[in-house]
Ligand binder design. Structure first.
Ligand SMILES: NC(=O)C1=CN([C@@H]2O[C@H](COP(=O)(O)OP(=O)(O)OC[C@H]3O[C@@H](n4cnc5c(N)ncnc54)[C@H](O)[C@@H]3O)[C@@H](O)[C@H]2O)[C@@H](O)CC1
Ligand SMILES: Nc1ncnc2c1ncn2[C@@H]1O[C@H](COP(=O)(O)OP(=O)(O)O)[C@@H](O)[C@H]1O
Ligand SMILES: [K+]
Length: 455
């Protein structure tokens, strides 16, 4: 279930260099990129009159896009912010036979294609660029970014300064971190990847739909996974985790505690947690949601950490962990939101991906850094980013549901990194199924529907 590779600006250049080393010329790769983008623009916007904006850097893509669209019969105009600097880009400019307008004076068109800047930009757009860009974008019906919107950081997804919003972004060759990180991704609209023949491999991938096949004839409830959820001060949160584990496919879920209610299929155990966890069939333990931060919670956490079982540590367990030492034994899964992350891993520098990786190395854990752009990292440097999920997930208890879903995937035998990705995918899909106005409880039946796609 490995997802699409995500490459930084430097890694993308290395992948391009590998293509050049096979004898492909810079012009040929530029031609491929321009043709692929033109195809995507054509499919999206059809024959509507189009204005292509070309930049001053290495990019000759814009001129190829304009020529390819004109070949399809589209009424295309070109506006440029300056002379392209490289030979290849100048060659592409020479092959555009139409006029080239100055960016500052260009008239708008219904479709705006922004090929001003590629992955090399590292500072805010100059006023002579952003002014006309904003004017032309406002007057256009639809805006399309080539590779990345102008004015965002390729590797960290930051807005370098003023930017505009796009309906579609055509990524060249492969996804870059900004195509998945906030706030950049929110401005990109629909993101499509144009294949230009790069053999992109990366330690960073996009979270993809997991393969979670239906139980076979040799399965029984224990082989499907036994999950124990530890109950603490707030039983509702543990209940959400436990029911999520049930609906995410666990064969057996034990709620360890004395609380009341829940489905008839939920097994209750009031014995000491250490006793419950002594069972070798326990495939995953979820602890933290509603645990409380008192001594009673700390004792339960001690029992979980001492059990040697595969752990999902969330919420209050993370708060309690901040008062103890890292690293942890046995590569548990930690699921902090930004608040919990900041408390547990003080002052880590870099992008969200860098921070998740450093935290994973420090804790010797798989770290799921939650948010609108959830990043998962392992101690050995692998990482994954989730595609955008419904904002309706920003609702109390949805993290508890995620912890339970990850527990189910861990208990069925997935490796921690895969289990974490599968849980995040299932939670996001459940949110799409549950729809606007969802509350955490609604995700639970929706998880069952989400499983249908994973067979
Ligand atoms: N049905 C229930 O019983 C529920 C119980 N819950 C439980 O309630 C207990 C305590 O919840 P708290 O409200 O204290 O903990 P929170 O996780 O809400 O907050 C902890 C701290 O982190 C901050 N924070 C939260 N999200 C952040 C973000 N995205 N970026 C930056 N900072 C952020 C908060 O402001 C707070 O200071 C936990 O055990 C939790 O599991 C919740 O899970 C909700 C549902
Ligand atoms: N704006 C957002 N868009 C998409 N997903 C979000 C957004 N905000 C939060 N989420 C997701 O919602 C869940 C919230 O979990 P958490 O912060 O632990 O809340 P709780 O403790 O109340 O369950 C996480 O899975 C997070 O990734
Ligand atoms: K661009």
């Amino acid at each position: 279930m490995s997802g699409r590779p995500i490459l930084t600006a430097a890694e993308t250049r290395t992948a391009e260099d590998a293509v050049f080393a096979t004898g492909v010329s810079v012009e040929e790769l530029m031609e491929r990129a321009g043709q692929a983008v033109a195809e995507a623009v054509w499919r999206y916007a059809g024959a509507a009159p189009t204005l292509v904006l070309c930049g001053p850097g290495n990019g000759g893509d814009g001129y190829v896009i304009a020529r390819a669209l004109a070949d399809k019969g589209v009424k295309v105009r070109v506006a440029a912010s300056g002379e392209p600097r490289t030979d290849a880009a100048q060659a592409m400019r020479a092959r555009w036979t139409g006029p080239i307008e100055a960016l500052a004076e260009a008239d708008p068109a219904p479709i705006l294609v922004d090929a001003l800047f590629g992955t090399g930009l590292a500072r805010p757009l100059d006023a002579v660029i952003i002014g006309p860009l904003e004017r032309l974008a406002k007057a256009a019906r639809q805006r399309i970014a080539v590779d990345l919107p102008s004015g965002i950081g390729t590797d960290d997804g930051a807005l370098l300064g003023a930017t505009i919003d796009y309906e579609m972004t055509v990524a060249l060759g492969n996804l870059k971190p900004a195509h998945r990180l906030q706030p950049a991704v929110a401005s990109m609209g629909r993101i499509v990847v144009a294949d230009i023949g790069l053999n992109a491999v990366s330690q960073l991938v996009e979270i993809a739909r997991p393969h979670l096949p239906a139980p076979g004839a040799s399965d029984h409830k224990y082989t499907r996974g036994l999950v124990v959820v530890a109950e603490g001060a707030m039983p509702g949160a543990a209940m959400l985790s436990a029911m999520a584990a049930q609906r995410a496919g666990a064969g057996y879920v034990v709620l360890a505690g004395e609380g009341l209610g829940g489905p008839a299929a939920m097994v209750r155990r009031g014995d000491p947690l250490a006793t419950v966890l002594a069972d070798d069939r326990v495939g995953a333990v979820v602890i933290g949601p509603g645990l409380g931060r008192t001594n009673a919670g700390a004792l339960l956490l001690d029992a979980a950490l001492a059990s040697g079982r595969r752990l999902v540590l969330d919420a209050d367990a993370l708060v309690l962990l901040a008062e103890r030492g890292l690293p942890l034994a046995g590569i548990p899964i930690l699921t902090p939101h930004e608040g919990e992350f900041a408390r547990l891993f003080v002052d880590l520098p870099g992008t969200r991906i860098d921070r998740a990786r450093a935290a994973a190395a420090k804790a010797q854990a798989v770290v799921v850094l939650k948010g609108p752009d959830t990043v998962i990292a392992t101690p050995d440097g692998r990482a994954a980013i989730a595609p955008p999920a419904p904002g309706w997930l920003a609702s109390a208890g949805t993290g508890d549901v995620l912890a339970g879903a990850i527990g189910a995937c861990l208990a069925r035998g997935l490796e921690p990194f895969e289990a974490a990705q599968a849980g995040v995918w299932l939670q996001a899909e459940a949110a799409r199924i549950a729809g606007p106005g969802l509350i955490a409880d609604d995700l639970i039946p929706a998880l069952q529907t989400a499983l249908v796609a994973c067979g």
